[in-house]
Design a protein around this ligand. Structure first.
Ligand SMILES: [Mg+2]
Length: 238
């Protein structure tokens, strides 16, 4: 039976704007949306950062009904496969570039060596596309589990999904109040707060320093390039 483990904490990372950035994936999203739902959206017309993919789809449809009537789980699964395949092809062809943000690789190496830390993902990406993006920069091995846009359109629910999965995998009960979320938007902060999880925001995404200050994170970092500072912020030692 699983028991609470006060010696270990979950360290939950967002992907886009936090661990990595990419270029060239917006057109692929628009194409996959059109091929599965029959409606062409324009990802460039909204501010998708921090939104889940199902939420982005609904926003781009803007009240229009997809050809099959609704965004059903079956169509979302089809969209996930289509998007992941197109993204993988785009990366292989060089149409999509993905790069890890400064300090990320060293920080993950350091955190993964600690017995008191379990790494996980909380992202609005569908699970399959998250894997492609992380794989493109060699980071997928750090993150066996997490909460994804394919689990729920409601981002605030995703830290709970991640903590449940990570607890099951480690056969312990991870305490949300000892855990921490690292993200780049006020949506990451809101999701963390919904579960009593501490939140470190980094200004390496599309939100400005001032916007992130206004959101009120526990710590705001310009980026993760100062490994010691980032580690202290994540572990709550500053
Ligand atoms: Mg992000």
């Amino acid at each position: 039976m699983s028991v609470p483990d006060p010696s270990r904490r979950a360290i939950l990372f967002d992907i886009d704007g936090t661990l990595l950035r990419s270029r060239g994936s917006a057109a692929i999203f628009d194409d996959a949306m059109e091929s599965v739902f029959g409606i062409r959206g324009d990802l460039g017309s909204i501010r998708p950062d921090g939104m889940t993919d199902p939420d982005i789809l609904a926003t781009l449809m803007n009240g229009r009904s997809p050809v099959h009537g609704a965004i059903t789980p079956r169509l979302l699964a089809k969209f996930e496969v289509r998007l992941a395949r197109a993204l993988a092809d785009g990366v292989a062809r060089g149409d999509v570039s993905v790069w890890a943000l400064p300090g990320v690789a060293a920080l993950l190496r350091e955190l993964s060596r600690r017995d008191d830390a379990l790494l996980g993902i909380v992202t609005g990406n569908m699970r399959a596309t998250a894997r492609i993006k992380l794989g493109a920069v060699g980071l997928q091995g750090y993150f066996p589990d997490g909460g994804y846009g394919s689990d729920s359109p409601v981002r605030d629910l995703l830290p709970g999904v991640a903590l449940r999965r990570m607890s099951q995998r480690a056969d312990v009960i991870l305490d949300a109040r000892r855990s921490v979320m690292i993200g780049d938007t006020p949506h990451d902060l809101s999701a963390a707060r919904a579960h009593g999880v501490r939140c470190v925001l980094v200004a390496t995404g599309q939100y400005t320093h001032d916007e992130l200050v206004a959101a009120g994170p526990d710590v705001l970092l310009e980026d993760l390039s100062d490994g010691e500072r980032a580690l202290r912020a994540i572990l709550g030692e500053e």
